[in-house]
Ligand binder design. Structure first.
Ligand code: BTX
Length: 328
């Protein structure tokens, strides 16, 4: 609710100092009883709110949980993540975000679930999303760009996710075109972008992001043991998921603003600096066939350019790529 958000804003502005109940009621525009009721709810969620007579209230501790309030409290964005739809469990956040987008949800609306029972990757593949361990989120954006440029948003999101993970963990992450984030060759994050268009006009893009955060090896099904990893497994520590979401929103908004004002070029440069496959011998499996060659880079559209042994340049729009063993 907005009262709740205003309360969190007030605590955030107070930066750990006390605020009187009266002042809270005034800035929020509600009764002191209502303030008290919302503070009780925050306490039930694990926030530690100190109350001292004559001084008022102070937010002392945040819980290390993933809740709407916890995410909102540390958010440093103008619109990405400002509206949060949090769920304990969902089949897939993509589906909910799509429905919200069709019903006019504002740009930056974020859907996040503590668990997905039917998480999806590309081509209807499954995305394993166990409870309480990862970030399973879908974000709605509404860029006024031609449809054929939409894949650029996948690459932009990959850069944002790398920056957020590196900021929160100090781990080096690399990107495998187009949408995989890898740590030491293992997948830690996947991105799925889907768009809704009408008469050749983009209505919305749903950016789906899955980040493996606090899983241990046994949380993954057997078939993922050799290909997947989590941030926690890499740093041997628990990672604060709410902070990571905040950081993701922050970097996503910054890059998106850059993209809208300056175009894809600056994003392309950043993306290439994290990309794993450029200049390497790769194999690309597309729906129309398999191609092998040297990955030259991406073009202005975000399309992968592959030089095959006969010197021809293939444009790869969508594929699974493998970096050939000898030159990893
Ligand atoms: P993708 O098609 O590139 O990758 C899917 C493949 O990745 C699977 O076939 C499997 O081999 C492997 N995989 C499955 N789960 C995991 C995992 N947890 N970690 C590492 N590897 C895995 C990638 O598609 C796009 C994933 C997007 C997920 C987000 S989560 C929020 C949103 N909601 C939703 O349903 N999907 C998106």
């Amino acid at each position: 609710s907005t009262v709740r958000q205003n309360l969190l804003d007030a605590f955030r502005n107070a930066a750990g100092e006390f605020i009187s109940g009266e002042k809270l009621a005034n800035t929020i525009g509600c009764s002191r009883t209502a303030v008290w009721k919302h503070i009780e709810e925050l306490r039930n969620e694990g926030f530690e709110v100190e109350a001292i007579r004559k001084k008022g209230y102070r937010l002392a501790e945040h819980p290390n949980t993933l809740t709407e309030n916890e995410i909102y409290l540390g958010l440093q964005t103008k619109y990405i993540g400002k509206t949060i739809h949090f769920y304990e469990s969902l089949p897939s956040t993509q589906q909910v975000a799509k429905e919200l987008a069709l019903n006019g949800a504002t740009e930056g609306t974020l859907v996040i679930s503590d668990e997905q029972t039917l998480g999806r990757g590309r081509l209807a593949r499954a995305w394993h999303s166990p409870k309480g361990t990862g970030i399973w989120t879908s974000i709605i954006i509404r860029p006024k760009i031609p449809i054929q440029q939409a894949p650029q948003l996948t690459l932009l999101t990959a850069v944002a996710a790398v920056q957020a993970i590196e900021e929160q963990t100090d781990i080096d992450v690399s990107i495998k075109w187009p949408n995989d984030l890898l740590i030491n060759g293992k997948k830690v994050c996947g991105i799925l972008t889907e768009l809704q268009a009408e008469e050749n006009q983009i209505q919305s893009i749903i950016i789906g992001i899955g980040i493996n955060v606090n899983q241990q090896l046994t949380d993954f099904p057997e078939e993922l043991h050799s290909i997947a990893t989590s941030l926690s497994m890499e740093v041997n520590d628990k990672i604060n998921r709410a902070k990571l979401v905040q950081s993701l929103c922050f970097h996503l908004e910054k890059l998106y603003e850059t993209y809208l004002t300056l175009g894809f070029q600056p994003i392309k440069l950043l993306w290439e600096s994290y990309a794993l496959s450029i200049g390497k011998q790769i194999t690309a499996r597309t729906l129309n066939g398999t191609y092998s060659g040297i990955a030259l880079g991406i073009n202005e559209q975000g399309v992968l350019l592959l030089e095959t042994s006969d010197g021809k340049i293939q444009h790869i729009y969508s594929a699974d790529i493998e970096i050939d063993a000898l030159n990893r």
